[in-house]
Design a protein around this ligand. Structure first.
Ligand code: F6P
Length: 344
């Protein structure tokens, strides 16, 4: 019987605990034991964590965050130590194989370890839903629900004050959260990373809408949306993480300023930020996370490594981890076109 190491890496996401619980329950039923590494790859490198049991994973199904903690530590960066250091972390806890739960960075490390002969089964995770290889990731639906509720609330205050209200949501490379929440909340403009925007066109659209008798507007923007070159300037944070990603957030600040200056309409912005990543997962995400966890433990039990579990249609399948890597999955033009029917 094997000893399975579990870790959660990258940004947290509602549903991580549901995956951990499902992996533990299924693997224990198959006769394996489990060790939970704390704080992602950092825990593996230090050999740190704790035994995972039915008792200490009970009651975590609806809980947000991750009981294991998370980090963006990259074992292949500078003094990370690479595959040898990971091997030492596994040996320190007599762990035979790993189930890493994470996004492109965590799964990128998992794929590399797999190439170097370490047995891994990946579980894909991101609220952005931009991972290739799977139709949906858990956490996404929860984020959309939170953003939709925010739009509903912004609507009533926008209407009361005749204002343009700009809501910035997460979505680094892809506009899934903005487009889905924007459609669900009836946004008048949706700006996504896939389609660099022209601020003049946005303002013209708002003027047309207001000329037709509407007195307020809702603009939903992904944090990763960018203005077409030379249209407006936005300040980058200049800060990057261990995987080289810039810290985003703030496009709504520029939009608030530019829309108000150009149209004369009173404009206010809200940045939803990590509210979208916190709290209890929706039922859909609990179910998806649970099915992912059971499927990952099943693959591990059967000795099928180098794969990740994925949702295709309504089925949970195993695909090579490498399918999730490379260019992100982006929003289908047809979905955006459907949302755009309601702009105006
Ligand atoms: O990838 C998920 C995500 O939530 C992105 O939408 C966002 O840019 C990033 O993580 C934020 O990361 P952090 O919590 O490290 O600021």
């Amino acid at each position: 019987m094997a000893r399975i190491g579990v870790l959660t890496g990258g940004g947290d996401c509602p549903g991580l605990n549901a995956v951990i619980r499902a992996v533990v329950r299924k693997a224990l039923a198959d006769g394996h034991s489990l060790f939970g590494y704390t704080y992602g790859w950092a825990g593996v490198l230090g050999g740190e964590g704790r035994e995972l049991t039915k008792e200490n994973t009970a009651g975590i199904l609806p809980r947000g965050g991750t009981i294991l903690g998370s980090s963006r530590t990259n074992p292949f960066k500078e003094d990370g130590g690479g595959a040898e250091a990971v091997r030492a972390g596994l040996a320190a806890q007599s762990v035979d194989l790993l189930i890493p739960i994470g996004g492109e960075d965590t799964l990128g490390v998992a794929a590399r370890l797999s190439r170097e002969g370490i047995p891994v089964v990946g579980v894909p995770k991101t609220i952005d839903n931009d991972l290739k290889g799977t139709d949906y990731t858990f956490g996404f639906q929860t984020a959309v629900q939170i953003a939709t509720e925010a739009i509903d609330r912004l609507h009533t205050t926008a209407e009361s004050h005749n204002r343009v209200l700009v809501l910035e949501v997460m979505g680094r490379h892809a506009g899934f959260i903005a487009a889905h929440a924007g459609m669900a909340g009836g946004a008048d403009v949706i700006l996504v990373p896939e389609r660099p925007f022209d601020i003049d066109e946005v303002c013209e659209h708002l003027r047309r809408r207001h000329a037709s008798g509407r007195t307020f507007s809702i603009v939903v923007v992904s944090e990763g949306a960018t203005p077409r070159e030379g249209t407006i300037t936005t300040a980058g944070s200049g800060q990057v993480d261990a995987f080289g990603h810039e810290r985003l957030g703030g496009i709504a600040v520029a939009l608030e300023r530019e829309i108000e200056e150009r149209t004369g309409y009173e404009t206010r912005m809200t940045i939803l930020g990590h509210v979208q990543r916190g709290g209890t997962p929706t039922a859909f995400d609990r179910v998806l996370a649970t099915r992912f966890g059971v499927a990952a433990a099943t693959a591990a039990d059967a000795g099928r490594f180098g794969v990740m579990v994925a949702l295709r249609g309504t089925e949970i399948v195993e695909v090579p981890i490498t399918e999730a890597l490379g260019a992100p999955k982006t929003l289908d033009d047809r979905f955006y076109a459907d949302a755009a029917v309601f702009f105006g």
